[in-house]
Design a protein around this ligand. Structure first.
Ligand code: GLN
Length: 254
């Protein structure tokens, strides 16, 4: 079976497991196991990993204390196993983090700058219906995805040169933008709705990106009961594992 871990140091980790279980039914040619990851040996047994939302500073401190920082960086950047960060997880995957707070020991792997708490404080959390064209081949792909943003970050820029030179090495793919917040405020409910199209950026702020094995979303798809993004990601993980089994390039870098 394919082992998918959810980093369980702090935050909204438990919520991912039932959604993964449901979404995996669509990909049942693989067997799946889902487990919570708290130690380097648990991480080592995983083929892929979700880094949940929560408090990025707390997750980083606990990872450092439990000697997970370097194993996580190796998992993402040396083994290049599939990794998905939601919200705080996206912050930890960004090569550059701005927006205040103490300096964060992140994991890196995404050649982007992420701004923490971009949309404001807890009370400024909001919900929005997003079009996610990358789900286009899946079940119910045409329906927009209801997303929840809680003290969410934004991808403020894509980096052409990163302080972590491994992210922009010639054998790394470029960062793809997978979703933007609709610039039309009517699709945004809650205090975020007050933002003008200008504040949301001409084309809408970037809230989902992918760079090769690393996927990040600024919002929390595990809180809505809609398993389409989890299903899509498990499909990607399955393809990656099949490539590794065929002795593809994924194996060569481990
Ligand atoms: N604002 C939080 C942080 O900086 C992220 C919030 C979240 O994960 N919902 O880590």
């Amino acid at each position: 079976p394919i082992a998918v871990g959810v980093l369980a140091l702090q935050g909204a980790f438990a919520e991912h497991v039932p959604i993964l279980n449901g979404a995996s039914l669509e990909h049942n040619k693989h067997g799946w196991t889902f487990c919570l990851v708290r130690t380097p040996s648990e991480l080592a047994s995983c083929d892929a990993l979700i880094i949940p939302g929560g408090e990025s500073t707390a997750i980083s401190l606990i990872a450092s204390r439990t000697e997970l920082l370097e194993p996580l960086r190796d998992f993402i950047k040396a083994a290049r196993k599939p990794v998905w960060g939601t919200c705080a997880g996206l912050i930890l995957l960004a090569d550059v983090v701005s927006g205040g707070g103490p300096k964060l020991e992140g994991f890196g792997g995404l050649a982007v700058e992420v701004r923490r708490n971009y949309f404001g404080r807890q009370v400024e959390s909001f919900e929005a219906d997003l079009d996610l064209p990358f789900l286009a081949s899946g079940k119910d792909a045409a329906k927009s995805f209801h997303t929840i943003f809680i003290r969410a970050p934004v991808v403020s820029s894509l980096l052409s040169s990163s302080p972590d030179t491994s992210s922009t090495a010639p054998d790394r793919p470029a960062v793809e933008i997978l979703a933007r917040l609709p610039a039309k405020a009517k699709a945004v409910t809650g205090p975020g709705a007050g933002k003008s199209a200008g504040e949301l950026g001409e084309e809408g702020d970037i809230v989902a990106v992918r760079q090769g094995n690393v996927f990040g979303t600024a919002f929390h798809p595990e809180l809505t009961g809609d398993g389409r993004i989890h299903g899509w990601w498990l499909g990607e993980v399955g393809r990656w594992v099949e490539g590794r089994e065929r002795g593809g390039e994924a194996e060569a870098v481990t």
